[in-house]
Ligand binder design. Structure first.
Ligand code: SF4
Ligand code: SF4
Length: 290
């Protein structure tokens, strides 16, 4: 039997993010018997990432010079680096600029000798280091974490959320207006678009088990683009969503456009960006996406 010392070592490095990904990982305990967690400041007391780490999971975006420093140091110590969650893949919430007042009061209240310098924006990890695998989600489910750690090459991931949703798309139930994201009574078993909800599961990569849509919450796209939408102009994705809504509903196109451009979708639809436009980023191939 393998002792904990023989088990492959993995570490979790948190950059600028909210710890939601860490909490999701902790919701799974299967890794305890398969891996040795050697660094994760939230739960394991240790000062630095050990030298011989098999897998480094990195959560959060790059928002400060300290983030760049820690990321590069972590990259050098790990055989494989996995970018985890929305912030690591697109910058996430931290890209919505500084809240200067909050920052000032934090500086006053803390007695740190040096505050990390803010970068102009929050950036994804692959702008600074090579990424071996991308694990999108906000946060990724515990099952996805396990797959990423164990055998990502042979994982069978549903291509879009609809495949895991189980709700039926109907031809004869055509809403005339958008209901919203979630309000009123949601009918079971029927596609949320047929009920006027703004669900983007048709373009979003699967793998989450349709966590939101099955109980009646519209998918906001946190798993990012499905493979056919990778590295495509955002207009391609929006066109695709428009086509779905015009095919399934009688909602005026202006109303559909206004909703697709609304703030509640922008955080995650931002992940549908064409990253190839940024010369400092490598192309994200489907083989590297989980
Ligand atoms: S509710 Fe959303 S995820 Fe489910 S089938 Fe409809 S569009 Fe697809
Ligand atoms: S249903 Fe959509 S928003 Fe919900 S976890 Fe899955 S991809 Fe994310």
């Amino acid at each position: 039997m393998e002792t904990p010392k023989d088990l492959p070592k993995f570490a979790v490095l948190q950059l600028s993010g909210c710890s939601g990904c860490e909490v999701s990982l902790l919701n799974s305990d299967e890794w305890i018997s398969n891996f040795q967690l050697v660094y994760m400041p939230l739960v394991v007391t240790t000062h630095k990432i050990p030298e011989d780490v098999e897998v480094l999971l990195v959560t959060g975006g790059v928002r400060t010079d300290e983030d760049i420093h820690n990321l590069r140091k972590g990259r050098a110590r790990a055989r494989k680096l996995i970018a985890v969650g929305t912030c690591a893949l697109s910058g996430g919430v931290a890209q919505f600029k500084d809240k200067h007042i909050a920052r000032e009061s934090f500086i006053k209240a803390s007695h740190r000798l040096r505050m990390p310098d803010m970068l102009p924006n929050a950036y994804p990890l692959d702008r600074f280091v090579d990424v071996d695998l991308y694990l999108p989600g906000c946060p990724p489910t515990p099952e996805l974490f396990l797959t990423a750690l164990k055998d990502p090459e042979n994982a069978k991931i549903a291509s879009i959320v609809c495949q895991e949703c189980g709700r039926q798309k109907l031809n004869d139930m055509r809403p005339k207006h958008i209901t919203g994201m979630r309000s009123g009574v949601v009918l079971p078993d029927i596609c949320l678009i047929n009920q006027g909800y703004v669900c983007v599961g048709t373009s979003t990569r699967g793998g989450c088990g349709a966590l939101c849509t099955r109980p009646g919450h519209a998918c906001v796209g946190c798993r990012g683009p499905a493979n056919p939408h990778l590295n495509k102009d955002p207009e391609f994705v929006l066109d695709n969503l428009r086509r779905v809504f015009t095919r399934m509903t009688d909602i005026p196109i202006e109303e559909i456009n206004a909703t697709l451009a609304s703030p509640w979708l922008s955080l995650f639809l931002g992940q549908f960006t064409d990253y190839t436009q940024d010369q400092s980023l490598p192309q994200r191939t489907k083989e590297k996406m989980l």
